[in-house]
Design a protein around this ligand. Structure first.
Ligand code: MG
Length: 375
């Protein structure tokens, strides 16, 4: 296929179900790629967005990556990656990885639509994982600190997630003092009782002392995992926590390349028998970059079941399904309209199923489809 037109726009993004609660000006990019391939008399259009948490990428897309993609001629998502990286120097991954990942998502959506297959089936054909089950283990993600009535609103959110059928949940810590976060964890544990049903995400907020203090306080709760503890590149602290904390740890969400992933593995003290790898298939330069990370860590002894990609949206779900990963994050309430599953679909027995429509299936999320339609 050739990409003949690229439209992009920055849009506001909220961590909350109620978008009027301030989210620090968070944004994301939405893109629409028009191809020269027609289906049912209309050109195939692929849609993508910049996942959650790292702000919009419009400048980079407009000035560097969209022009290269438009000039690349016939491409598939793998050769498009090479075209977009033309002239880029090695290193500096965080500067551009999300912009490329945004366009990459739209390329896969278009390719799968051209093949008339849901993306997870298209990826299975392409990467030879035909035997993995379509549905994947999933947990509900959310639990951001509320500006007022935090514990009451958190309790309400936990009940909503449980009522939607989720049996595991992840909440945020690290934005409030540890004593308050421990109360937040107790709120979540009341709704999701038992070991390994509640995970916490410190959003890389802790320094070395706070990391160890938190690890000590969290140990007795038998959490599903303790995520994003300290600065993503502070491997010394990461390793100290791993040595002191027996329960699972999750890391890698804010690392963007195979080289960084290997550094985490070499120096972060992670344990292959229990720890969780969160790399985001969009933020890691898209699927081509994510596949490199999987290959690099598999070569170092990691299993695919250790990968639980960050994102909480349909693209991560298709990737986890097709690649046989451990499971996925789902954002049923946060980051509307980008998070969660297709309209009217929830988890069944703790597992999520990607849409069966051609492509990623954004067309089965009415609010998101309408937003893409504005492009
Ligand atoms: Mg995280």
């Amino acid at each position: 296929m050739r990409v003949v037109d690229i439209r992009e726009r920055s849009v506001d993004l909220s961590r909350y179900r109620d978008p009027s609660i301030p989210s620090g000006g968070l944004t994301t990019s939405i893109v629409a790629l028009t191809t020269d391939v027609a289906r049912n008399g209309r050109p195939v259009v692929g849609y993508g967005f910049a996942s959650m948490g790292r702000f919009a990428q419009g400048g980079l897309i407009r000035e560097r990556f969209a022009p290269r993609l438009l000039a690349a001629g016939d491409v598939d998502p793998i050769s498009a990656w090479t075209a977009m990286m033309k002239g880029e120097k090695p290193g500096g991954h965080g500067e551009r990885c999300v912009a490329i990942g945004t366009l990459d998502m739209a390329l896969w959506d278009a390719e799968a639509k051209i093949a008339d297959l849901p993306l997870h089936r298209f990826l299975r054909q392409r990467f030879g994982n035909a035997d993995t089950p379509v549905d994947v283990p999933a947990y509900a993600s959310g639990g951001y600190l509320y500006p007022d009535d935090d514990l009451g609103r958190l309790r309400n959110e936990m009940h909503l997630l449980r009522d939607q059928g989720y049996d595991k949940v992840k909440i945020k810590i690290g934005a409030a003092p540890l004593a308050q976060d421990l109360k937040r964890i107790e709120v979540a544990l009341k709704v999701f009782p038992g070991p390994h049903r509640v995970a916490v995400d410190a959003m890389n907020a802790y320094d070395a002392r706070q990391s160890l203090e938190a690890a000590k306080a969290l140990s007795r709760h038998r959490l599903m995992w303790f995520e994003d503890i300290c600065d993503p590149l502070d491997f010394d602290t990461q390793a100290l926590v791993a040595a002191a904390y027996d329960e699972p740890i999750a890391a890698g969400e804010a690392l963007f390349s195979a080289a960084e992933a290997q550094l985490l593995d070499r120096h972060g003290g992670l344990r292959r028998d229990r720890d969780v790898l969160l790399f985001d298939p969009v933020h890691c330069y898209g699927l081509p970059g994510y596949l490199r990370i999987i290959a690099a860590l598999e070569a170092r002894g990691w299993a695919r079941r250790s990968f639980w990609p960050h994102g909480g949206h349909l693209f991560s779900l298709h990737a986890a399904s097709a690649l046989g990963l451990g499971g996925v994050e789902v954002n049923p309430l946060s980051f509307p309209p980008f998070g969660g599953l297709a309209d009217g679909v929830s988890v069944a027995e703790g597992r999520a199923t990607p849409p069966d429509a051609p492509g990623i299936g954004f067309e089965h999320k009415a609010d998101l489809a309408a937003l893409f339609g504005t492009l």
